[in-house]
Design a protein. Structure first.
Length: 536
């Protein structure tokens, strides 16, 4: 058995873990070991932005989890793709740069999490960011994460934006700035025509640092404790078991599914569940795996002619994509630089609301079942996302074997208000997609629902809606008086020593938007907390 010692061990090289490893090893006297269950981020499907469609639908660099049957989805099993490679889901997502709303972070502080208000976290967002196109008090220009406007987006985005405006959603110049509400083209994490993942921004430029050890294909079995102090990690690689030890802390960054699973397998969780799986109890912490929140997503699609500038399976589409592949290969330009999700909107279901509660993501292509149902022809699709769902679920153990996927239950539509809000948003989405700007190009609806038929609309939502890929909350950050609290406002796990959780699982509530940029911010926050505590 191999044993090595490091100052910090980071479990998980996703968005937060990559930032954390990068920032800590800026100090050459600090040694860090970064463990990643997946492989290196070498695939062309990672670096070519449009490759997201291939990874999303397959197990390529993807855990491809399933949920337990969802009563709110007519008993269907949902799909939960998560990144399994250096960079985690930042290496497999649609690269949209979205921070959420100011209200979200102020709400975290109101819940008792001091130091997490918008004014506290805005400097951290700016620290990470190098924005090529916006230079103001809301954005950074010297960070490692490259952000820019789309360079080869289809002109059909303007059709969508025109229809949004005709249906009461005005344009906004910067949804990450002073005003989130409105319609827009998404900014994305792309640099020189390639994906700028957390790995590419924060880790791969620094792999030669002598104080940074990155181990891929390393599946963490458990955190090792002496009494209630984390002292190391046991992991599997190539059929062998290894142990490494830490001089200071173990930092768990395995995401909303992986982090609670590792905690429970290590003896931290609800005692009866651990007993059921013959796991020795280190500390009874009932909140582990509770409070799961996820963005439920509903898609409507309309067919169009193959002559239009869209992605699709056809003779003309094949010619266009072949040409685009060669263009990207030679110059890193063209349609392959598209993130596919190109435009969208944040809007309110009711004008009396303080902030938006719904989101659109518009795609110039046919989207069906996470791209797993291949459809011939061309079209345009729109995602509708419920930003702050009231339904909450769980992550539980299937067994005491780390190689067995956890039992994931988002519990979609458990709260009746979620469906009521979804119906309002879906009706508005359909009116936009059937609006006058689309009249000259629109053909049949892929899954036909008559406009205004609310019963049929609800049935279609239950038949086809699924995740928007933003699970959070399963290691809740909260004061110790909260019965579901797992970490404090410094991300330290309650009841044990030298262990923090650093990823989106610590979010007490789901933010109003995509979660990758916030996960990177959480990595920045944790690095600053650690540096401050240890004077490094």
């Amino acid at each position: 058995m191999n044993k090595k010692a490091f100052d910090y061990i980071i479990i998980g090289a996703g968005s937060s873990g990559c930032v954390l490893a990068s920032r800590l090893t800026e100090n050459p006297s600090i040694s860090v070991c970064l463990l990643e269950a997946g492989g290196p981020d070498k695939s062309v499907f990672i670096h070519a932005p449009a490759g997201v469609a291939v990874m999303l639908a397959t197990k390529l660099n993807n855990w491809a989890f399933d949920t337990v049957p969802q009563k709110g989805l007519n008993g269907r099993i949902g799909y939960q793709p998560r990144g399994k490679t250096l960079g985690g889901s930042s290496s497999t997502n649609a690269m949209l740069y979205v921070r959420g709303n100011k209200w979200d972070y102020d709400h975290w502080q109101e819940l008792g999490n001091k130091g997490w208000s918008y004014d506290d976290v805005l400097p951290l967002f700016k620290k990470s960011e190098h924005n090529e196109d916006i230079n103001d008090e809301y954005h950074g220009q010297s960070g490692l994460l490259n952000v820019n406007n789309p360079t080869d987006a289809t002109v059909l985005n303007q059709t969508f934006l025109d229809s949004c405006e005709q249906h009461g959603i005005a344009r906004t110049t910067d949804y990450n700035g002073a005003k989130q509400e409105g319609c827009f083209l998404y900014q994305r994490t792309v640099k020189d025509g390639e994906r700028c993942s957390a790995a590419k921004a924060f880790i791969t430029p620094h792999l030669e640092r002598p104080n940074l050890t990155v181990i891929t294909h390393a599946v963490t079995e458990k955190i090792i404790f002496e009494n209630k102090t984390a002292v190391g990690v046991k992991y599997q690689k190539e059929g062998q078991t290894h142990e490494i030890t830490c001089n200071k802390e173990v930092l768990l960054s395995s995401g909303a599914f992986g982090s609670p699973q590792v905690l429970m397998l290590s003896g931290i969780g609800e005692k009866e569940q651990l007993k059921q799986h013959a796991i020795d109890l280190v500390h009874n912490l009932p909140g582990v795996g509770e409070n799961l929140q996820d963005h439920i997503d509903y898609i409507q699609t309309f067919k169009v002619s193959s002559r239009l500038d869209t992605f699709g399976l056809s003779f003309l589409g094949s010619l266009r994509i072949t040409k685009a592949i060669f263009q990207w290969w030679r110059k890193r330009k063209g349609k392959i630089t598209s993130t596919l999700a190109e435009s969208g909107a944040f809007f309110k279901s009711n004008e009396s609301l303080e902030i938006p509660d719904l989101q659109f993501v518009w795609v110039p292509g046919v989207v069906d079942n996470h791209a797993r149902n291949l459809r011939f022809g061309h079209g345009y699709s729109c995602h509708l996302t419920l930003l702050r769902p009231k339904s909450k679920g769980t992550v539980k153990l299937a067994s005491n074997n780390i190689n067995h996927a956890p039992l994931i239950d988002p519990n979609y539509f458990d709260h009746e208000d979620d469906m009521k809000l979804m119906l309002k948003g879906a009706d508005k989405m359909q009116r936009i997609l059937e609006g006058k700007p689309f009249d000259s190009i629109r053909r049949k609806m892929l899954y036909k629902v008559d406009l205004g038929d609310i019963k049929a609309l609800e049935q279609d939502i239950r038949n086809r809606s699924d995740t928007q890929y933003h699970p959070v909350g399963t290691c809740k950050m909260a004061p110790s008086t909260d019965k579901l609290a797992v970490v404090d406002n410094e991300l330290k796990v309650y009841g044990v020593q030298n262990l923090r959780v650093v990823d989106a699982s610590i979010m007490p509530t789901l933010i109003s938007g995509n979660t990758n940029a916030p996960a990177i911010m959480i990595g920045e926050k944790a690095a600053e907390l650690i540096k401050s505590e240890y004077n490094i």
